[in-house]
Structures are given as structure tokens and as C-alpha cells.
Design a protein around this ligand. Structure first.
Ligand code: CU1
Length: 140
């Protein structure tokens, strides 16, 4: 298997994940799992609602579970201009941009920073969303 990614040709196993979000401040999944052996993950977020990104934007941000609240708070401070993610935040393992209704986006990241048995969470960092929009990211 060979995948051509932004950084060039990478040998390994690309695992694809998909999640959607709606106008009711919900993801459609409370848990995502990556199998052992995945070296790269491609996560696609689809906003199935109708509201614009300015009022009902959603993103997908992967963090270690204990970092969730701090990353959300710093994202709030970073503001819309930064997609509600603090620039170069080392606690952010991967993140998509903010999308509005009818849009989708994806991010591809290496699993090298992930450890089996560690507790990971994903969240939406749009203001006020993380309490409702979060889930467990399981590394098998
Ligand atoms: Cu959201």
C-alpha cells in the first residue's frame, strides 16, 4: 500500500473514518475506533445541517482526554479567525477546519503520536459546543 499525501509518499495503512454533525449541536457518533496497524488516519467531517458556519460551525479536534477543556477554552480565545483552535497548540493531535451546513472537510494525520491504552477525545471547538459535541477516540 502506498499513499500520496502532502508530505510525499508514505508506506503504511491509511484508515478512513467518517463523522457527521448537524444543526442540533450533535455528532452522529459518540465513539470512533482505529484498528491496530493503521499508520495514517483520514477523518472526514460532514455537516449535514443547513445553518452557516458563523452560527452553527463545527470542527473535529483530537486531544488527550485530560486536555479537552483547556483546548476548548483556548480555542474560544483564539476566535473565529483561527477556526477556534489555538495556533500550533501542541495538545491538538489533529483537527479539521470549521465547516457550515452542507459542507465537508477532512484531515489526514499520522498515528505515530497515538498510544494504545491512552484515553483520547474528539470535540467541536465552536463556542459552546464541546459539552454536547465530544466523543471517545479508541486506539486498538
Ligand atoms: Cu460544533
Amino acid at each position: 500500500f502506498t499513499a500520496r499525501l502532502a508530505g510525499g509518499v508514505v508506506r503504511g495503512k491509511l484508515c478512513q473514518l467518517a463523522i457527521s454533525a448537524n444543526d442540533q449541536i450533535q455528532y452522529d457518533k459518540k465513539q470512533l475506533t482505529i484498528a491496530s496497524g493503521c499508520t495514517q488516519v483520514e477523518l472526514t467531517l460532514t455537516h449535514v445541517g443547513k445553518l452557516p458556519a458563523t452560527s452553527m460551525g463545527h470542527d473535529w479536534v483530537l486531544v488527550k482526554a485530560p486536555d479537552l477543556a483547556a483546548v476548548a477554552n483556548d480555542g474560544l480565545t483564539a476566535g473565529a479567525a483561527n477556526g477556534y483552535v489555538k495556533p500550533n497548540d501542541p495538545r491538538v493531535i489533529a483537527h479539521t477546519k470549521i465547516v457550515g451546513g452542507g459542507e465537508s472537510t477532512s484531515v489526514t494525520f499520522s498515528t505515530s503520536a497515538l498510544k494504545k491504552g491512552e484515553q483520547y477525545k474528539y470535540l467541536c471547538t465552536f463556542p459552546g459546543h464541546n459539552a454536547l459535541m465530544n466523543g471517545d477516540f479508541i486506539v486498538q
